[in-house]
Design a protein around this ligand. Structure first.
Ligand code: AMP
Length: 181
């Protein structure tokens, strides 16, 4: 039997264009007017090269830990933590993590939502990870949570940045992304 590494070395790396072709646009999902970026086909086609490209654009030496935002941020955050042998911290929806936790409530288009994160960590510099950044509201709430826990946020890494929907570049937050629309 071949090891996975051996098998990978015989298969050439996909191009970014090829990876991008596996992101599916779904109009009016989950609500009318939203153009949903479906990343599930990409995960099933080539998660390995996607994580490789994401890692290539990150300041890996500065990153002490990865925080993933529930739930699709868990996929990319965990994969990056594994690749670089660094800790992974989940940022979860309210009521999922046992105490003690920090909590942050943020505004949605209609109503509000809350995210939570464990209080104590033995590292300082953390990178937040999600699949798609739209308004940036989820990231900014996650950043506040990390800051409440005494952490220094290095920015956000996401597969896709919907740049016209957020002002994160102007706000000074570093956005690492593979694809921008
Ligand atoms: P936001 O707080 O507006 O930046 O939204 C971020 C969260 O909503 C992310 O966790 C995304 O998974 C999800 N999301 C928002 N807009 C889209 C979209 N157009 N396609 C796919 N996911 C989206």
């Amino acid at each position: 039997m071949h090891s996975n590494n051996h098998r990978r070395s015989m298969v050439s790396k996909a191009s970014l264009q090829e990876l991008e072709s596996h992101i599916r646009d779904v109009a009016d999902f989950p609500k009318k007017g939203i153009l949903f970026k479906d990343i599930m086909p990409l995960l099933s086609k080539n998660l390995y090269d996607t994580i490789d490209y994401m890692g290539d654009i990150l300041p890996v030496d500065k990153i002490e830990a990865f925080a993933g935002i529930e739930s699709r941020g868990f996929i990319f955050g965990t994969a990056l933590a594994l690749k670089y042998k660094k800790p992974f911290v989940p940022i979860r929806k309210k009521g999922k993590l046992p105490p003690p936790v920090h909590s942050e409530t943020y505004q949605l288009e209609y109503g509000e939502d809350s995210l939570e994160m464990a209080c104590k960590h033995d590292f300082k510099n953390i990178l937040i990870v999600d699949d798609v950044i739209a308004t940036g509201g989820t990231y900014l709430a996650s950043k506040k949570l990390c800051e409440k826990a005494g952490l220094n946020v290095l920015g956000i890494a996401a597969l896709i940045n919907l740049k016209d929907l957020n002002q994160l570049k102007q706000s000074g937050d570093t956005v690492y992304h593979l694809f921008e629309y």
